[in-house]
Design a protein. Sequence first.
Length: 374
Amino acid sequence: MEFNEHNWGSGIKFVEEKKPKRFIRLIGLILIVFFSASIGGILGGYYVKKNYESTSITSDLPNLKTQSTSTLPKNAVNQVAELVGPAIVGVSNNVDTVFWGKQTQGSGSGIIFDKNGYIVTNYHVIDGATEVTVTLSGGKKLPARVIGTDYETDLAILKVNATNLPVAKFGDSSSVRVGDIAIAIGNPLGEEYAGSVTVGVISALNREITVEDRKYKVIQTDASINPGNSGGALCNENGEVIGINTLKISSAEGMGFAIPINEAKNVIDELLKHGYVSRPYLGIAGTFIDKEQAKQYGVPAGVGVQEVERGSGADNAGLRPGDIIVEFDGKRLEKFEDLTETKEKHKVGDIVKAKIWRDGRYLELRIKLGEKMR
């Protein structure tokens, strides 16, 4: 509409803006777009549902809500724990006391190696016990009888009155390599933590350690071995026992030791047959005289004899306190262990030549080795 009534001759015409009609057209356009989008969404949803209903778009991803751990693949540790765990027992060392009756003075672990109730453990676990109790993996407690012990290797055999028990398989410790997986199973700190599994690697082989008057060659591992693990199993990833856990260095983490199972097998056989291990016995107590001491006193280096046990092979051969053994079975003695290691290569009853120094001259004696039954 033109407002001509206020036309002052300027030639300018004021024209009214037609806003309502433009606004209506804009709203209509928006509704058309919205309606079209809605129809497209509905049709698209129907298409997806019809064509992909049976196949989830997350079918390639794990179903975190419904997948059970029982369906996950087992690793080597799972398998070893399930295979060997039931054959590991707790061993309690019980003693009679004057005021408190029967008390438990210590505990450790053991390995069932025969289904009729034969168990191997450490000697120090049952040392001094007046009664030994074994706790099976299911919690059942049984009294145990000591079949035999060996102080030298720290091994002992127990027997419980049971049959068809789960058994651990012994492996071959000579095939173990540094870096191999090592799995320790036992009862650290007692029955409360029965069947604990720790994992590490073989850290070293043929480690020589000395405990009191005993010397061991052991397998070293960083798998955690704690008090109560003694007598338990050190396994490879095939579930074979390659060692018997025996001790750890308390001042360092990750330094545990196990008796190689190949050495333990021979001891186990002897204990089953005789109740003890028959070892060659010389019958002396002595100390090693090194080169510096020998030079100082004007004597040869070797094992200085301090005591001779009456009736022993050394006594019968004529060995005396004050003698110095410089050679044994043809081997020059460079340290005391040379005498022990050479002797251990023989059997009870063997006759061994020994070269000794006495009062400024050398003598040769023939010594018949006796039997040590400790």
